[in-house]
Design a binder for this molecule. Structure first.
Ligand code: AMP
Length: 383
């Protein structure tokens, strides 16, 4: 299967070729034809599956075709993508920019935590596609900078995370502002009852498309486990990073913001370039750290789970779980940052004595037993 077989318009095919996408991912193969038919879609897919292109390509294609038929260019917002985090919003806009490169469609991203002026200036110029986080969208609608009256295409991205992050009320306030006549594409990695009922309330005769459930881990990811005392984790991390010199981009997960800062300090002291991103840092500091990491200026990025949502770095080979997450699904999300789009990846997990119950939960969820590389707590001989 190639993209040409999906009836995609030439300007988008050209952009995809430049991105060196040759084969559509499973979610793209299934979702693009449905979305091109203007049917509603319920997509069960997590970040890393290529879902952004699965919704972006059909929207670009519809808007491109419609713009050619309309005599006058209108400045109304025609497509809205709602996503829970700033990082995801920015990355989705980057995807639209890439895929719509050879069209004249205009797009804009709005999110909270920064001054609104640059965003409202952009909106004033006229925008076809708006990517937004819920809070900032409601703010700008209330102030009259955004009208949702002309929305024909609506994407609700990462619906389960919206729920986790407490955005469900914002979503419920936004929904009545959208025209009833529209196409809705709804994406979620999991389908808890609240999300299932939300999807039923906003989708009309949706086609359901499902890829890699959350408990499954991409086969190309190699998983390694170290049993290690809490106070020895920092030494293990330094040693591992020194030994795995070939790993040029390493994402380290910390359960807490404070922990992330501490790890960054320890690594910098050890002469290993690193930066931390978490919710206490300003949006600018987070973006800067992320772009330094993407451009390989910093080798190690330390992130909390919330801040890491939406980090999308091509060819990320290595993920290290410095702490184990409380929720086993988070482990799957974390290590899913590597091994993307068919690339191989490595995930190293540090497990201290008190984290053993969490490890057990993870193994139960993924159905895989992780064999420790070292003999036991306190011993680093297996390194
Ligand atoms: P997403 O799940 O949308 O966050 O995409 C995950 C990653 O896969 C992103 O880095 C995309 O640029 C990349 N990607 C998406 N579709 C393809 C494709 N068909 N071929 C290669 N890479 C892709």
């Amino acid at each position: 299967m190639t993209f040409d077989k999906l009836n995609i318009i030439e300007p988008v095919l050209k952009a995809l070729k430049e991105k060196e996408y040759s084969v559509p991912t499973p979610i793209q193969q299934e979702a693009i034809p449905v979305a091109l038919e203007k049917q509603d879609l319920l997509g069960l897919a997590q970040t890393g599956t290529g879902k952004t292109a699965a919704f972006a390509i059909p929207i670009i294609q519809h808007l491109y075709n419609e713009a050619r038929q309309e005599k006058k260019k209108n400045k109304e917002i025609k497509a809205l993508v709602l996503t829970p985090t700033r990082e995801l919003a920015i990355q989705i806009e980057e995807s639209f920019r890439d895929y719509a490169k050879y069209t004249s469609l205009r797009h804009c991203v709005i999110f909270g935590g920064v001054k609104q002026k640059a965003q409202t200036d952009e909106l004033r110029k006229g925008v076809d596609i708006l990517i937004a986080t819920p809070g900032r969208l409601l703010d700008l609608v209330a102030q009259g900078f955004v009208s949702l009256d002309a929305i024909r295409y609506f994407v609700l991205d990462e619906a389960d995370r919206m729920l986790d992050m407490g955005f469900i009320h914002d979503i419920k306030r936004i929904l009545p502002k959208l025209p009833v006549k529209r196409q809705t594409l709804f994406f979620s990695a999991t389908m808890p009852p609240a999300i299932s009922s939300l999807s039923r309330s906003i989708l009309k005769n949706p086609r359901r498309v499902e890829v890699t459930p959350v408990s499954s881990i991409v086969e190309t990811i190699e998983q390694y486990l170290y049993y290690v005392e809490k106070q020895e984790k920092k030494d293990l991390l330094i040693k591992l990073l020194a030994e795995k010199e070939e790993a040029s981009s390493v994402l380290v997960f910390s359960r807490t913001k404070h922990g992330a800062d501490k790890i960054a300090r320890i690594l910098c002291k050890a002469g290993i370039g690193s930066e931390a991103i978490h919710g206490n840092k300003s949006q600018n500091a987070r973006q800067k750290a992320l772009s330094n990491f993407k451009s390989h200026k910093t080798r190690v990025l330390i992130a909390t789970d919330i801040a890491a949502r939406g980090i999308d770095v091509n060819q990320l080979e290595t993920v290290i779980n410095y702490d184990l997450p409380d929720v086993p699904e988070t482990y799957v999300h974390r290590i899913g940052r590597t091994g993307r789009a068919g690339n191989s990846g490595k995930a190293y997990t540090f497990c201290s004595q008190d984290e053993r119950p969490m490890l057990k939960d993870i193994q139960k969820l993924t159905g895989r037993v992780l064999r420790p590389l070292n003999a036991g707590i306190g011993e680093m001989s297996g390194l």
